[in-house]
Design a protein. Structure first.
Length: 149
């Protein structure tokens, strides 16, 4: 049974949680308790990004436990996904000045929005992922990949 568990990392925008909803490699959903707990939530800090685990796979997800992705066409610290691309792959954004843990940064998009990046790689959601733990965008077009720490 594959259960989604957060890997604890002590940082402002990373949260700790117990099991949640995950999808195994065969596409079947398994549900469990999805309550969040830990330092980030207890201190009233807003959660923007988390590290999750499904089986042996460790990946990045947003505060709604939706999988985050990287785009091969981006360059370090710069997004190239706009217009219809951004409709399909919404950028993960946060307010300017958000204090991020080591390894994370904010990059300015052409429209002035601040996008969260991990090790310089801009992070995105995928419009076709509808449930937490889904990774249906992995490998799309050979250029989209699940973001991994």
């Amino acid at each position: 049974m594959h259960m989604l568990k957060l890997v604890s990392t002590s940082a402002l925008l990373l949260a700790f949680a117990g099991p949640a909803l995950a999808q195994d490699s065969y596409g079947s959903d398994e549900s469990a308790d999805s309550e969040m707990s830990g330092d980030a939530m207890d201190n009233g800090m807003e959660t923007v990004v988390m590290t999750g685990q499904a089986g042996d796979e460790v990946f990045l997800m947003d505060s709604n436990k939706m999988t985050l992705y990287t785009f091969d066409n981006d360059s370090e610290g710069m997004s190239t996904c706009y217009d219809s691309c951004a409709e399909n792959w919404p950028p993960l954004t946060a307010p300017e000045g958000t204090d991020l843990p080591q390894g994370y940064s904010l990059i300015e998009r052409d429209d002035g929005a601040m996008q969260v990046a991990y090790q310089g790689e801009p992070l995105y959601l995928w419009k076709d992922d509808t449930q937490p733990g889904e990774m249906t965008g992995d490998g799309v077009g050979g250029v989209w990949h699940v973001a991994r720490p």
